[in-house]
Design a protein around this ligand. Structure first.
Ligand code: ADP
Ligand code: GLC
Length: 503
């Protein structure tokens, strides 16, 4: 626990966080990191957009009240008003400030509809980022650290080091950005530059411009005091042309300020021993019985044949190229020649959604596909499946493989990013019975995926070995406190760097 002298005032800015809003892992991470820093004794404020319409009818939220704060941001010649709602993150004393701006945030989704990003995304998230600093100023939060996440809040780092540099309340504030995914950079045409509130002089190749466009992720990387990403392997990958998506040069340049910190698991949300979404709860001691109840329930719910002896392979994911769906659909016939069941939950590209729907229609009782976002079903698949598929093309960290390990569901993953850092491959009984937690394949190939599934299913038929894999995985420690301590170390480095660059 940090002593009062060592305690930091941290503001985390994110475009989504559990339990308020979620499209993917960023939401899990933003909520869990805030809570863990709070548990370590730091003073944490989490600032999010208020997706007011989307939270209507959500029953799991704490009560949210008007904080009484109003601000206004000049956006392309008109003053846009924002209001702030306030609440506390459940099971913590983290202050949560929700930026209410109905025109920007009362939408059906967070970022896109029908596969197309909202055309005013630059305006929406520039407003939000500018709002974050205005809120810090007006509420006299005097943060030591402002921590932004992904392109949606990359502008925060830029504004702090320019417009807000040295202003009252920001004299010693340093900033950090976490890169959750280099494939999404917030690229907009240069005419959007005035929306950012940054001077045109920053529209240059070292700061905000990339390949002719305004790039908000680049802005964050260029101006942050420290940069983190969500696994050590991904930190290396993004410094190469394959992983950096055009920003590898800048990342190489900032290599000394870049560190990979593996995400953790929020134990209050993802714990099979207390998970309220499950029909039966279980621990490592009761996993066999607990999982078989969850499996029967999942088969009934998804209209799969109710058979205890057949392995279920599960996948819960955004249905996008990143996640390796072309491998899965490409290998499906070969995989389905085995006696097993497949269950999918996800939304995303309509071609993957359609292909999986068709697969389910062709194999009734053997393949089930739920196209949609369903938190409860996600938990039930983690618990009810025997094997979890994550054959990602790239994966900055990946949370589902960790949830799978925690739920005794043996993951099959490709050796990239955080998947490589979190799953230990089963080589053979003599080599890795005590350490293996799953199956790791290297080349991005549908045959290799199918072969790995065959290997896993063969081992599933040998319960004495399989149980070892299950228990090895369940016994690993993925608690957030470990990662949160690493973030605190990064915050201190950021403060040091900030001091050095003080006027
Ligand atoms: P990413 O952030 O790239 O989508 P992660 O593995 O880090 O991948 O995190 C994904 C998170 O989103 C997990 O908590 C997962 O359970 C959840 N998720 C993804 N798709 C769905 C869905 N269709 N329904 C419910 N939860 C989902
Ligand atoms: C991103 C990545 C995913 C990571 C998540 C949380 O969405 O795709 O790998 O786990 O962010 O950091």
């Amino acid at each position: 626990m940090a002593s009062p002298r060592e305690s930091l005032r941290v503001v985390i800015a994110a475009s989504e966080a559990v339990p308020f809003s979620k499209t993917g892992g960023l939401a899990d991470v933003a909520g869990a990191l805030a809570k863990s820093l709070d548990q370590l004794g730091h003073d944490v404020t989490l600032i999010l957009p208020d997706y007011f319409l989307l939270r209507q009818g959500q029953t799991n939220l704490p009560s949210i009240v008007d904080a009484g704060l109003r601000f206004s941001i000049p956006m392309n010649g008109r003053a846009v008003a924002g209001a702030v709602n306030w609440t506390t993150l459940p099971s913590s004393s983290v202050r949560v400030l929700l930026v209410r701006q109905p025109e920007y945030f009362d939408r059906r989704q967070l970022y896109q509809e029908h596969g197309h990003g909202y055309v005013d995304n630059c305006e929406r998230f520039s407003f939000f980022s500018r709002g974050v600093l205005e809120i810090c100023r007006q509420m006299i939060l005097r943060p030591d650290i402002i921590h932004s996440n992904d392109w949606q809040t990359g502008l925060v780092n830029g504004l702090l080091q320019t417009q807000y540099n040295g202003r009252p309340g920001f004299e010693r504030t340093a900033s950090v950005i976490t890169l959750h995914n280099m494939a999404y950079q917030g690229r907009f045409w240069h005419f959007d530059m005035p929306l950012t509130g940054m001077d045109w002089k920053h529209f240059n190749h070292n700061q905000m411009e990339a390949w002719g466009d305004l790039n908000l992720l680049k802005t964050g990387i260029a101006f942050a005091d420290q940069i983190t990403t969500v696994s050590p392997t991904y930190a290396t990958e993004i410094c190469t042309p394959d992983g950096g998506y055009g920003l590898e040069g800048l990342l190489m340049h900032r290599r000394e300020d870049l560190v990979g910190i593996l995400n953790g698991i929020d134990d209050d949300v993802w714990n099979p021993d207390s998970d309220q979404h499950l029909p039966a709860r279980y621990s490592v001691a009761t996993v066999t019985d607990g999982k078989s109840q969850c499996k029967g329930h999942l088969q009934r719910r998804m209209q799969l044949h109710e058979r205890a002896d057949v392995p279920i392979l599960g996948m819960v994911s955004r249905m996008v190229d990143q996640k390796g769906f072309d491998l899965v659909t490409g290998a499906a016939e070969r995989i389905l020649s085995l006696d097993l069941q497949l269950v999918f939950l996800g939304t995303g590209d309509s071609n993957y959604e359609d292909q999986l729907r068709q697969l389910a229609a062709r194999y009734p009782g053997k393949v089930a596909a739920e196209i949609g976002f369903d938190e409860s079903l996600a938990h039930q698949i983690e618990a009810g499946a025997d094997i979890f598929l994550m054959p990602s093309r790239f994966e900055p960290c990946g949370l589902n493989q960790m949830y799978s390990l925690r739920y005794g569901t043996v993951p099959i993953v490709r050796k990239v990013g955080g998947l490589a850092d979190s799953v230990v491959n089963f080589e053979s009984v003599s080599e890795s019975l005590d350490t293996a937690t799953g199956f790791v394949f290297v080349d991005y190939s549908r045959d290799l995926l199918a072969e790995t599934v065959e290997k896993a299913v063969a081992l599933y038929r040998q319960p004495e070995i399989w149980t070892r894999l299950v228990r090895n995985g369940m016994s690993r420690d993925w608690s957030w406190s470990r990662s949160a301590l690493e973030y605190v170390a990064v915050y201190r480095k950021a403060l040091e760097r900030r001091k050095r660059r003080s006027p």
